[in-house]
Design a protein around this ligand. Sequence first.
Ligand SMILES: *Cc1c(COP(=O)(O)O)cnc(C)c1O
Length: 353
Amino acid sequence: MIRKNIINFIPYKSARLLYKNDNITNHLVALNANESPIISSFSLNKKIFNRYPEPQPKELINLYSKYVNLNPENILITRGADEGIDLVMRTFCNPKKDKILFCPPTYDMYRVTAEILNIKYIKIDSNNNWELNLNKIKKNLNKIKIIYICNPNNPTGNYINQNDIIRLLKLTKNKTIIVIDEAYIEFCVDQTFSYLINKYHNLIILRTLSKAFALAGLRCGFILTNKNIIDVLLKVIAPYPIPAPVVDIAIQALNSKNLIIMKNNVKIIINNKKWLIKNLYKCNCIKNIFDSSTNFILVKFHNSEFIFKKLTKKKIIVRNQNHEKKLNNCLRITIGTFFECKKLFFELKQLSC
Ligand SMILES: *Cc1c(COP(=O)(O)O)cnc(C)c1O
Protein backbone atom coordinates (compact mmCIF):
# COMPACT_ATOMS: atom_id res chain seq x y z
CA MET A 1 0.00 0.00 0.00
CA ILE A 2 3.01 2.27 0.34
CA ARG A 3 3.70 4.85 -2.37
CA LYS A 4 6.36 3.61 -4.78
CA ASN A 5 8.61 6.66 -4.35
CA ILE A 6 8.67 6.05 -0.58
CA ILE A 7 9.57 2.35 -0.96
CA ASN A 8 12.52 3.13 -3.21
CA PHE A 9 13.94 6.22 -1.58
CA ILE A 10 17.00 6.51 0.67
CA PRO A 11 16.12 8.57 3.79
CA TYR A 12 18.16 11.36 5.34
CA LYS A 13 20.85 10.02 7.62
CA SER A 14 20.94 12.38 10.57
CA ALA A 15 24.10 12.61 12.63
CA ARG A 16 22.18 11.26 15.63
CA LEU A 17 20.98 8.17 13.72
CA LEU A 18 24.42 7.43 12.29
CA TYR A 19 26.03 7.42 15.70
CA LYS A 20 23.66 5.26 17.73
CA ASN A 21 24.35 6.68 21.14
CA ASP A 22 21.15 8.02 22.67
CA ASN A 23 22.72 10.08 25.38
CA ILE A 24 25.45 12.51 24.38
CA THR A 25 27.66 11.80 27.39
CA ASN A 26 30.38 13.97 28.90
CA HIS A 27 33.08 11.78 27.42
CA LEU A 28 31.79 12.12 23.88
CA VAL A 29 33.14 14.86 21.62
CA ALA A 30 30.23 15.30 19.19
CA LEU A 31 31.56 17.16 16.15
CA ASN A 32 29.18 15.61 13.63
CA ALA A 33 26.01 17.73 13.53
CA ASN A 34 27.22 21.36 13.36
CA GLU A 35 25.57 22.09 16.68
CA SER A 36 26.90 24.78 18.98
CA PRO A 37 29.13 23.42 21.77
CA ILE A 38 28.30 26.40 23.97
CA ILE A 39 25.44 25.74 26.34
CA SER A 40 22.95 28.37 27.42
CA SER A 41 20.23 27.50 29.87
CA PHE A 42 16.57 28.55 29.66
CA SER A 43 13.47 28.02 31.74
CA LEU A 44 9.85 28.41 30.68
CA ASN A 45 7.94 31.55 31.67
CA LYS A 46 4.67 30.07 30.52
CA LYS A 47 3.32 27.23 32.65
CA ILE A 48 -0.18 26.54 31.31
CA PHE A 49 -0.76 24.76 28.00
CA ASN A 50 -4.46 23.89 27.75
CA ARG A 51 -5.01 26.29 24.79
CA TYR A 52 -3.67 25.99 21.25
CA PRO A 53 -0.75 28.35 20.61
CA GLU A 54 -0.91 31.46 18.42
CA PRO A 55 -0.46 30.21 14.81
CA GLN A 56 2.28 32.80 14.12
CA PRO A 57 3.15 34.40 17.48
CA LYS A 58 3.39 38.18 17.04
CA GLU A 59 5.97 38.82 19.74
CA LEU A 60 8.41 36.31 18.23
CA ILE A 61 7.79 37.63 14.69
CA ASN A 62 8.44 41.19 15.89
CA LEU A 63 11.66 40.23 17.67
CA TYR A 64 13.00 38.30 14.68
CA SER A 65 12.00 41.13 12.33
CA LYS A 66 14.11 43.54 14.38
CA TYR A 67 17.00 41.07 14.39
CA VAL A 68 16.97 40.75 10.58
CA ASN A 69 15.97 44.37 9.97
CA LEU A 70 12.83 43.51 7.98
CA ASN A 71 9.09 44.12 8.43
CA PRO A 72 7.05 41.57 10.42
CA GLU A 73 4.95 40.91 7.28
CA ASN A 74 8.06 39.40 5.65
CA ILE A 75 8.53 36.67 8.26
CA LEU A 76 7.06 33.21 8.80
CA ILE A 77 8.00 30.96 11.74
CA THR A 78 8.63 27.26 10.94
CA ARG A 79 9.66 24.08 12.78
CA GLY A 80 13.29 24.52 11.86
CA ALA A 81 14.68 25.38 8.43
CA ASP A 82 13.86 21.82 7.38
CA GLU A 83 10.14 22.60 7.50
CA GLY A 84 10.87 25.66 5.36
CA ILE A 85 12.49 23.46 2.69
CA ASP A 86 9.40 21.22 2.69
CA LEU A 87 6.79 23.99 2.86
CA VAL A 88 8.15 25.86 -0.15
CA MET A 89 8.32 22.67 -2.22
CA ARG A 90 4.76 21.62 -1.31
CA THR A 91 3.44 25.10 -2.10
CA PHE A 92 5.07 25.57 -5.51
CA CYS A 93 5.71 22.15 -7.07
CA ASN A 94 3.30 19.83 -8.82
CA PRO A 95 4.36 16.24 -8.07
CA LYS A 96 5.79 14.28 -11.02
CA LYS A 97 5.67 17.39 -13.21
CA ASP A 98 7.73 20.26 -11.81
CA LYS A 99 11.38 19.95 -10.91
CA ILE A 100 13.70 21.47 -8.37
CA LEU A 101 17.41 22.09 -8.90
CA PHE A 102 20.32 22.03 -6.46
CA CYS A 103 24.11 21.95 -6.67
CA PRO A 104 25.98 19.08 -4.99
CA PRO A 105 27.87 18.64 -2.83
CA THR A 106 25.24 20.29 -0.64
CA TYR A 107 22.67 19.71 2.11
CA ASP A 108 20.85 16.41 1.50
CA MET A 109 17.37 17.51 2.63
CA TYR A 110 16.58 19.14 -0.75
CA ARG A 111 16.83 15.69 -2.40
CA VAL A 112 15.11 13.90 0.50
CA THR A 113 12.13 16.27 0.56
CA ALA A 114 11.74 16.12 -3.24
CA GLU A 115 11.74 12.33 -3.20
CA ILE A 116 9.14 12.14 -0.42
CA LEU A 117 6.88 14.58 -2.27
CA ASN A 118 7.50 12.83 -5.61
CA ILE A 119 8.99 15.95 -7.15
CA LYS A 120 11.73 15.51 -9.75
CA TYR A 121 15.13 17.05 -9.25
CA ILE A 122 18.13 18.02 -11.34
CA LYS A 123 21.60 18.10 -9.83
CA ILE A 124 24.12 20.53 -11.31
CA ASP A 125 27.47 19.88 -9.65
CA SER A 126 29.23 22.99 -8.37
CA ASN A 127 32.55 23.99 -9.95
CA ASN A 128 35.86 22.81 -8.56
CA ASN A 129 36.07 25.82 -6.24
CA TRP A 130 32.50 25.04 -5.03
CA GLU A 131 30.96 27.93 -7.00
CA LEU A 132 27.72 27.70 -9.01
CA ASN A 133 28.03 26.36 -12.56
CA LEU A 134 25.83 29.18 -13.94
CA ASN A 135 26.17 28.21 -17.59
CA LYS A 136 24.95 24.71 -16.95
CA ILE A 137 22.18 25.91 -14.63
CA LYS A 138 21.04 28.31 -17.37
CA LYS A 139 20.74 25.44 -19.86
CA ASN A 140 18.67 23.34 -17.45
CA LEU A 141 15.98 25.79 -16.32
CA ASN A 142 13.13 24.15 -18.24
CA LYS A 143 10.35 23.08 -15.82
CA ILE A 144 12.46 24.10 -12.80
CA LYS A 145 10.17 25.64 -10.18
CA ILE A 146 12.69 26.05 -7.36
CA ILE A 147 16.47 26.32 -7.11
CA TYR A 148 17.87 25.60 -3.62
CA ILE A 149 21.15 27.33 -2.84
CA CYS A 150 22.83 26.67 0.47
CA ASN A 151 24.79 29.83 1.40
CA PRO A 152 27.23 29.38 3.04
CA ASN A 153 27.21 25.80 1.82
CA ASN A 154 27.03 22.65 3.91
CA PRO A 155 29.27 20.51 3.79
CA THR A 156 31.91 22.55 1.90
CA GLY A 157 31.81 25.63 4.20
CA ASN A 158 32.27 28.30 1.52
CA TYR A 159 29.90 31.15 0.67
CA ILE A 160 28.71 31.48 -2.92
CA ASN A 161 29.86 34.34 -5.17
CA GLN A 162 27.34 37.18 -4.62
CA ASN A 163 27.30 38.31 -8.26
CA ASP A 164 26.48 34.78 -9.38
CA ILE A 165 23.44 34.69 -7.11
CA ILE A 166 22.30 38.14 -8.31
CA ARG A 167 22.69 37.02 -11.92
CA LEU A 168 20.66 33.92 -11.16
CA LEU A 169 17.91 35.98 -9.48
CA LYS A 170 17.64 38.19 -12.56
CA LEU A 171 17.78 35.28 -14.98
CA THR A 172 14.95 33.42 -13.24
CA LYS A 173 12.66 36.41 -12.64
CA ASN A 174 8.94 35.45 -12.95
CA LYS A 175 9.89 31.83 -13.70
CA THR A 176 11.75 30.13 -10.87
CA ILE A 177 11.85 30.57 -7.08
CA ILE A 178 15.35 30.95 -5.63
CA VAL A 179 15.54 29.58 -2.08
CA ILE A 180 18.70 30.59 -0.22
CA ASP A 181 19.31 28.42 2.83
CA GLU A 182 21.12 30.70 5.30
CA ALA A 183 21.39 28.21 8.19
CA TYR A 184 24.99 29.34 8.91
CA ILE A 185 24.68 33.03 8.01
CA GLU A 186 25.54 34.27 11.54
CA PHE A 187 29.11 33.10 10.88
CA CYS A 188 29.39 35.45 7.85
CA VAL A 189 26.63 38.05 8.31
CA ASP A 190 27.74 40.24 5.40
CA GLN A 191 26.83 37.43 2.98
CA THR A 192 23.09 37.57 3.67
CA PHE A 193 20.59 38.26 0.87
CA SER A 194 17.77 39.13 3.30
CA TYR A 195 17.79 42.85 2.34
CA LEU A 196 16.87 41.89 -1.26
CA ILE A 197 13.59 40.06 -0.62
CA ASN A 198 11.48 43.01 -1.77
CA LYS A 199 13.68 43.72 -4.77
CA TYR A 200 13.60 40.18 -6.19
CA HIS A 201 10.09 38.75 -5.92
CA ASN A 202 11.30 35.21 -6.55
CA LEU A 203 13.64 35.20 -3.53
CA ILE A 204 12.97 33.14 -0.38
CA ILE A 205 15.43 32.89 2.52
CA LEU A 206 15.56 30.15 5.16
CA ARG A 207 16.92 30.76 8.66
CA THR A 208 17.23 28.69 11.85
CA LEU A 209 17.98 28.94 15.56
CA SER A 210 19.71 25.52 15.39
CA LYS A 211 23.29 26.59 14.63
CA ALA A 212 24.71 29.95 15.87
CA PHE A 213 21.85 30.37 18.38
CA ALA A 214 22.74 27.02 19.97
CA LEU A 215 19.11 25.85 19.96
CA ALA A 216 19.07 22.74 17.77
CA GLY A 217 16.85 21.01 20.32
CA LEU A 218 14.22 23.74 20.07
CA ARG A 219 13.23 23.17 16.39
CA CYS A 220 12.63 26.77 15.38
CA GLY A 221 13.31 28.37 12.02
CA PHE A 222 12.12 31.27 9.86
CA ILE A 223 11.23 32.04 6.26
CA LEU A 224 12.02 35.55 4.97
CA THR A 225 10.30 36.62 1.76
CA ASN A 226 7.84 39.13 0.25
CA LYS A 227 4.33 39.44 1.66
CA ASN A 228 2.66 37.78 -1.35
CA ILE A 229 4.63 34.57 -0.90
CA ILE A 230 4.19 34.66 2.91
CA ASP A 231 0.40 34.80 2.39
CA VAL A 232 0.47 31.74 0.11
CA LEU A 233 2.74 29.77 2.49
CA LEU A 234 0.30 30.57 5.32
CA LYS A 235 -2.40 28.66 3.40
CA VAL A 236 -0.24 25.53 3.35
CA ILE A 237 1.52 25.49 6.75
CA ALA A 238 -0.09 23.51 9.61
CA PRO A 239 -2.63 25.51 11.68
CA TYR A 240 -0.59 25.50 14.91
CA PRO A 241 2.97 24.68 13.83
CA ILE A 242 4.94 26.20 16.70
CA PRO A 243 4.49 24.71 20.22
CA ALA A 244 4.02 27.31 22.97
CA PRO A 245 7.17 26.22 24.91
CA VAL A 246 9.23 26.75 21.72
CA VAL A 247 7.83 30.27 21.32
CA ASP A 248 8.53 31.02 24.99
CA ILE A 249 12.22 30.08 24.68
CA ALA A 250 12.75 31.55 21.19
CA ILE A 251 11.50 34.91 22.53
CA GLN A 252 14.08 34.76 25.30
CA ALA A 253 16.85 33.78 22.87
CA LEU A 254 16.14 36.90 20.79
CA ASN A 255 16.23 39.47 23.60
CA SER A 256 19.03 42.00 23.41
CA LYS A 257 21.13 40.38 26.13
CA ASN A 258 21.01 36.94 24.53
CA LEU A 259 21.68 38.36 21.06
CA ILE A 260 24.93 39.82 22.42
CA ILE A 261 25.79 36.43 23.94
CA MET A 262 25.06 34.68 20.63
CA LYS A 263 27.27 37.11 18.68
CA ASN A 264 30.04 36.65 21.23
CA ASN A 265 29.74 32.86 20.96
CA VAL A 266 30.07 33.15 17.18
CA LYS A 267 33.34 35.05 17.72
CA ILE A 268 34.58 32.36 20.11
CA ILE A 269 33.83 29.61 17.58
CA ILE A 270 35.49 31.55 14.75
CA ASN A 271 38.60 31.97 16.94
CA ASN A 272 38.60 28.26 17.79
CA LYS A 273 38.33 27.54 14.06
CA LYS A 274 41.35 29.73 13.28
CA TRP A 275 43.39 28.00 15.97
CA LEU A 276 42.31 24.56 14.79
CA ILE A 277 43.06 25.18 11.09
CA LYS A 278 46.48 26.63 11.87
CA ASN A 279 47.36 23.58 13.95
CA LEU A 280 45.77 20.92 11.74
CA TYR A 281 48.17 21.93 8.97
CA LYS A 282 50.90 20.39 11.15
CA CYS A 283 49.23 16.96 10.87
CA ASN A 284 50.71 14.57 8.32
CA CYS A 285 47.43 12.74 7.83
CA ILE A 286 45.78 15.85 6.34
CA LYS A 287 45.94 16.68 2.66
CA ASN A 288 43.84 19.85 2.51
CA ILE A 289 41.49 22.03 4.58
CA PHE A 290 38.84 23.92 2.62
CA ASP A 291 38.11 27.58 3.41
CA SER A 292 35.22 27.88 5.82
CA SER A 293 32.78 30.71 6.60
CA THR A 294 30.79 28.49 8.97
CA ASN A 295 31.09 26.62 12.28
CA PHE A 296 32.58 23.54 10.60
CA ILE A 297 35.46 22.65 8.32
CA LEU A 298 35.72 20.18 5.46
CA VAL A 299 39.02 18.34 5.67
CA LYS A 300 40.59 16.08 3.05
CA PHE A 301 42.75 13.29 4.49
CA HIS A 302 45.08 10.79 2.85
CA ASN A 303 42.93 8.00 4.31
CA SER A 304 39.69 9.28 5.83
CA GLU A 305 38.33 5.84 6.66
CA PHE A 306 41.30 5.08 8.90
CA ILE A 307 41.05 8.51 10.57
CA PHE A 308 37.28 8.21 11.08
CA LYS A 309 37.70 4.87 12.84
CA LYS A 310 40.58 6.06 15.00
CA LEU A 311 38.69 9.21 16.07
CA THR A 312 35.54 7.22 16.83
CA LYS A 313 37.57 4.92 19.07
CA LYS A 314 38.72 8.02 20.94
CA LYS A 315 35.04 9.12 21.21
CA ILE A 316 35.48 11.98 18.78
CA ILE A 317 32.58 11.76 16.34
CA VAL A 318 32.83 13.60 13.01
CA ARG A 319 30.75 13.41 9.82
CA ASN A 320 31.92 11.12 7.04
CA GLN A 321 31.70 12.60 3.52
CA ASN A 322 33.82 9.94 1.81
CA HIS A 323 30.83 8.46 -0.05
CA GLU A 324 29.87 11.82 -1.67
CA LYS A 325 30.89 12.65 -5.21
CA LYS A 326 34.02 14.87 -5.25
CA LEU A 327 34.44 14.41 -1.47
CA ASN A 328 36.42 11.19 -1.33
CA ASN A 329 38.61 11.06 1.78
CA CYS A 330 36.79 14.06 3.25
CA LEU A 331 35.41 14.44 6.77
CA ARG A 332 33.26 17.33 7.97
CA ILE A 333 34.28 18.50 11.43
CA THR A 334 32.16 20.82 13.59
CA ILE A 335 34.11 23.44 15.54
CA GLY A 336 33.77 22.55 19.22
CA THR A 337 34.94 24.20 22.42
CA PHE A 338 38.64 25.14 22.65
CA PHE A 339 39.16 22.03 24.80
CA GLU A 340 37.54 19.86 22.11
CA CYS A 341 39.64 21.47 19.37
CA LYS A 342 42.80 20.76 21.37
CA LYS A 343 41.74 17.15 21.92
CA LEU A 344 41.05 16.69 18.21
CA PHE A 345 44.44 18.17 17.28
CA PHE A 346 46.20 16.02 19.88
CA GLU A 347 44.67 12.85 18.42
CA LEU A 348 45.20 13.76 14.75
CA LYS A 349 48.82 14.81 15.31
CA GLN A 350 49.61 11.23 16.33
CA LEU A 351 48.08 9.70 13.22
CA SER A 352 50.21 9.66 10.12
CA CYS A 353 49.13 7.89 6.96
C1 LIG B 1 21.29 22.25 9.92
C2 LIG B 1 20.77 22.69 8.62
C3 LIG B 1 19.40 22.88 8.40
C4 LIG B 1 18.37 22.41 9.39
O1 LIG B 1 18.00 23.38 10.23
P1 LIG B 1 16.86 23.08 11.31
O2 LIG B 1 16.39 24.46 11.62
O3 LIG B 1 17.52 22.41 12.46
O4 LIG B 1 15.81 22.26 10.65
C5 LIG B 1 18.97 23.41 7.20
N1 LIG B 1 19.85 23.70 6.23
C6 LIG B 1 21.17 23.50 6.38
C7 LIG B 1 22.10 23.84 5.29
C8 LIG B 1 21.66 22.98 7.58
O5 LIG B 1 22.96 22.71 7.70
